[in-house]
Design a binder for this molecule. Structure first.
Ligand code: NAD
Length: 246
């Protein structure tokens, strides 16, 4: 028995990192998964994982793609029980040098993408009595950092949008929660992040970087019926980073 037996989950950003790890954890727990990404790597992930995984090419910033994504889930598996809005991009700049193309790109993927995932995910879930949405923010959604104001703003906004969605659709049986990862060793962080920022692993009380599956396990819990009274929650999965004063 898996904790997600008979559930259908749509996971964005599934070609890499924490979303790819989520595909693995969710299939292990018995879910049928729709793995969505813009990169094409969703095809490789479906082959690699080998469970019940439908790869779908999807740009989360395009409403037609996200609508089609939920329709593909319903056509293939009959329903949508969970949506994990994981796809994200990161970049940084000094505010005085802010490039508005970078602003649009970060806001489009990190915030617009989450709004579209919630809009069409909720529409898909309401007819079957509810479900679970898990949105990926960041420790950068809880506090600020030099050079990453746009990223921080997009991730703070994800938290606000998620709390409002939890309130609006709680009566419809839909739970909406947020995961705030700390430093996790994935492709979004440049391969030599630890070489350039040796202190980054020391941010965590546990004094190490997280692994993608360690975050995916929390997503699996939130999507499961074990989390049936958890909604509107903002959960740090950061090895204790956000517990620190400085
Ligand atoms: N890695 C970290 O340390 C860290 C820390 C805090 C928060 N996060 C957040 O966690 C989430 C996952 O990050 P990750 O580290 O696993 O990243 P990753 O780079 O490994 O994976 C991100 C995936 O999103 C996909 N993607 C990008 N734009 C897309 C679009 N328009 N449509 C569809 N897919 C798109 C990419 O192709 C990629 O496969 C992101 O939202 C990120 O901001 C990461």
């Amino acid at each position: 028995m898996g904790e997600l037996d008979n559930k259908v989950a749509v996971i964005t950003g599934a070609g890499s990192g924490m979303a790819k790890a989520s595909v693995k954890v969710f299939t292990r727990e018995g879910a049928k998964v729709v793995a969505a990404d813009i990169s094409g790597a969703e095809q490789d992930v479906a082959t690699e994982v080998g469970g019940v995984v439908l790869p779908v090419h999807c740009d989360v910033t395009k409403e037609a793609d996200v609508k089609a994504l939920m329709e593909a889930a319903i056509e293939e598996f009959g329903r949508v029980d969970a949506v994990l809005n994981v796809a994200g991009v990161a970049d940084g700049a000094q505010l005085v040098d802010l490039d508005m193309e970078m602003y649009d790109r970060l806001m489009d993927v990190n915030l617009r993408g989450v709004f579209l995932g919630m809009k069409h995910g909720i529409r898909a879930m309401l007819p079957t009595g509810g479900g679970s949405i898990v949105n990926w923010s960041s420790v950068g959604g809880l506090n600020g950092n030099a050079f990453t104001a746009v990223y921080n703003a997009s991730k703070h906004a994800v938290i606000g949008a998620s709390k409002s969605a939890a309130i609006e659709y709680g009566p419809g049986g839909i739970r909406v929660n947020v995961i705030c990862p700390g430093y996790v060793r994935t492709e979004i962080m440049s391969k030599d992040a630890e070489a350039h920022m040796p202190d980054i692993v020391l941010k965590a009380a546990l004094q190490r970087g997280g692994l993608p599956h360690e975050v995916a396990e929390v997503g699996s819990f939130l999507a499961s019926d074990r989390a049936s009274f958890v909604s509107g929650a903002v959960i740090a999965v950061d090895g204790g980073w956000s517990a620190k004063l400085a």
